[in-house]
Structures are given as structure tokens and as C-alpha cells.
Design a protein around this ligand. Structure first.
Ligand SMILES: [Zn+2]
Length: 334
């Protein structure tokens, strides 16, 4: 037990050193020593079938979507996608090619969950409207799953905002339970969406391939650093590495990098498991009284509930400045 703990400590120091000196940046698969820890992870995709369809669907969305599904299939890992049914419509008309995209997820053997119809922010709209959005988010999804003998089981809170007060939080959690839902947590939280925005902008501006390559490499290095950070926070809080849950989105960046990311995680010793298996760990039963506006990791929520000092949260990797500028988001977003 003691030597295992020492081993884990040495491994975490090694990973920390590697995070500070990401020698692999630019390499397709980082060469790292075999880890001594049994690492598990569930991969979850939000805003399925594709991010930001309401604003400006990318011209080659069908090809990007096909590439993402093919890469995930090739990786041979369990995946769950969280659907915004509102994204299936354009000009109030149901778009069959977008419904087809959902069927592609199911045909690939992946699970689907509810992410509300309109991506509502519970903290802004309040429980009454939010509950409507939950039910509106399953109109097509529930029968689509039932047709295949599948159950609609998982719900992901948009923006990871789970209620501005304990009363609202308990109210919606109880509503979800009554409708047979389990809440999908996230432990590895990141600004992947900012990288994805930057990537979309770079492609739209016909940026040279070496810029796109640099962006992809910086994204993988950033995600590696996030893993180091959350592995360590988990050990600090729980004394072991919890089976992690990663949140990313259905977007062009992940279509082009998920093969590299999966390989990098495998090199870190991760086994890919379902959300159900990951959340079987007792940590996921811990009390969570977090009511803040920051859509933060469940590890942070458990720590906040325990009253951990500010120093517990220090050291979270930041998004590179050039990515923030290219994405066109406010530098204060994180
Ligand atoms: Zn979302």
C-alpha cells in the first residue's frame, strides 16, 4: 500500500515535470514512460450533432462529422454524445441530414444523452423553464433510442451550470431523477471550446497548414497538462486517481485531433470505459453543494463542498494567448 502510494507520488511528479516541459509538442504521439497507476476515462461529447449549428454551420460539416465518427470508431472506445435537439432544426424546419448524424452516432455503437433542446443556462432561466427545456430536448431522442431498445439515461447540464441556489439544484436534480436521468459529471474540464473556435476561425481565414498544425499540437499539449492537473487534484482530494470524465465537443478540432488525443491518453496508461463504469467509483457519490457560476470540474465541486482552501485549485493550465486572440473571446473568460 505504502509503496504503491510512493509509486503514485513519483509518477505524479514525473507527469508534472513533463507538463512543464512538453517535449512532445508537435509529435503525433508523445513518448512517455509507462505509468504505474490504473487510469480509466470516459469520453463525452457535447453539443451533438455539431457545435454552433444555429449560428453558422461549417460548409463541410458532413465531411467533418464523418471524419469524427470514423476516427472514434477506429479508436474503438466507448463514447457518449449529448444532444441539443434544437440543433437539428434550421429555420424551424427539421433537417433530415442532421437527424441522420445522430443515427450515425448510434450506428457506431455510441450512446446518446440529453443536453436540453436550447442549451439553456439553468442559473439564468431558473428551474421552471429549464425543466421544459429538458423535456423538449428528448422529443425525438427518446423514441429514437427506444426504437433500438435503448434507454435515455444520461443528462448533461449546459455550461455545467447546475443551479445558482441549493433549492434550484435539488429541484432540478429531483426532476431529472424522476424522469429516469442520471447527471453526467465532468472531471477534466478545459477550454477546448476556445481552441475549437480558434481552429474554425483559422480554417475560415485560410491560415497556412503550419499554423493549423501548431494549433493542433498546442491543443494536445494543453490537454495533457490538464490531465496532469486533474490527476494530481484527485490524488490530493481522494488519495487516488478517480476514473476521469472528459468533456469535449463535436467540432472540427476534435475531428482532426481525437486520434492523437486518444493515443496520447493511451500512452498515459488510460483505459477507456463507459460513463456508467467511470461513475461507479464511490467518489461520484460525494456530496456536492456547489452553486457557483463557473462550470467547473466535479473534483473542484467536491473540494469546495469540503471547504478546501484556495491553494487547492492553484496551477490549472491556462489557454495560450494566441489561441484566445485567434478565437476572438474575451481574455477574462477563464
Ligand atoms: Zn454544451
Amino acid at each position: 500500500m505504502r509503496s504503491a502510494r510512493v509509486g503514485r507520488f513519483i509518477a505524479s511528479v514525473l507527469w508534472a515535470a513533463l507538463a512543464v516541459f512538453p517535449a512532445w509538442a508537435g509529435d503525433p504521439v508523445p513518448a512517455v514512460p509507462a505509468p504505474t497507476v490504473d487510469r480509466r476515462i470516459a469520453i463525452t461529447f457535447d453539443d451533438v450533432p455539431w457545435v454552433m449549428l444555429r449560428n453558422a454551420p461549417p460548409a463541410d460539416m458532413a465531411a467533418e462529422h464523418a471524419r469524427l465518427i470514423a476516427a472514434l470508431r477506429q479508436a474503438d472506445i466507448p463514447v457518449i454524445g449529448f444532444v441539443n435537439e434544437g440543433l437539428l432544426y434550421s429555420d424551424n424546419t427539421l433537417r433530415p441530414e442532421r437527424v441522420r448524424m445522430l443515427k450515425d452516432w448510434l450506428d457506431a455503437g455510441f450512446a446518446l444523452g440529453n443536453h436540453t433542446r436550447w442549451h439553456s443556462d439553468l442559473n439564468a432561466v431558473g428551474p421552471r423553464r429549464f425543466k421544459h427545456d429538458i423535456l423538449d430536448g428528448e422529443r425525438l431522442l427518446r423514441p429514437m433510442l427506444a426504437k433500438r431498445g435503448l434507454k435515455l439515461e444520461w443528462f448533461r447540464y449546459p455550461l455545467l451550470r447546475t443551479g445558482a441556489t441549493l433549492e434550484a439544484k435539488h429541484d432540478v436534480d429531483a426532476f431529472l431523477a424522476k424522469h429516469g436521468y442520471r447527471v453526467a459529471p465532468v472531471t477534466v474540464n478545459s477550454s477546448e471550446w476556445v481552441f475549437a473556435l480558434a481552429y474554425r476561425n483559422a480554417i475560415a481565414a485560410h491560415a497556412p497548414e503550419d499554423t493549423l498544425q501548431r494549433l493542433r499540437a498546442d491543443y494536445i499539449a494543453y490537454m495533457q497538462a490538464k490531465f496532469v492537473y486533474y490527476e494530481q487534484r484527485s490524488v490530493d482530494l481522494l488519495g487516488y486517481e478517480v476514473p476521469q470524465v472528459l468533456l469535449v465537443h463535436a467540432n472540427e478540432l476534435n475531428a482532426d485531433t481525437c486520434t492523437t488525443l486518444v493515443a496520447a491518453l493511451r500512452a498515459r496508461g488510460y483505459r477507456f470505459v463507459t460513463l456508467a463504469e467511470a461513475t461507479r467509483d464511490p467518489a461520484y457519490q460525494r456530496p456536492d453543494t456547489y452553486t457557483g457560476a463557473l462550470g467547473t470540474s466535479w473534483i473542484h465541486r467536491w473540494a469546495k463542498t469540503e471547504g478546501r482552501p484556495d491553494s487547492f485549485y492553484f496551477g490549472e493550465p491556462r489557454t495560450p494567448k494566441w489561441i484566445i486572440e485567434l478565437a476572438g473571446v474575451s481574455p477574462s473568460f477563464e
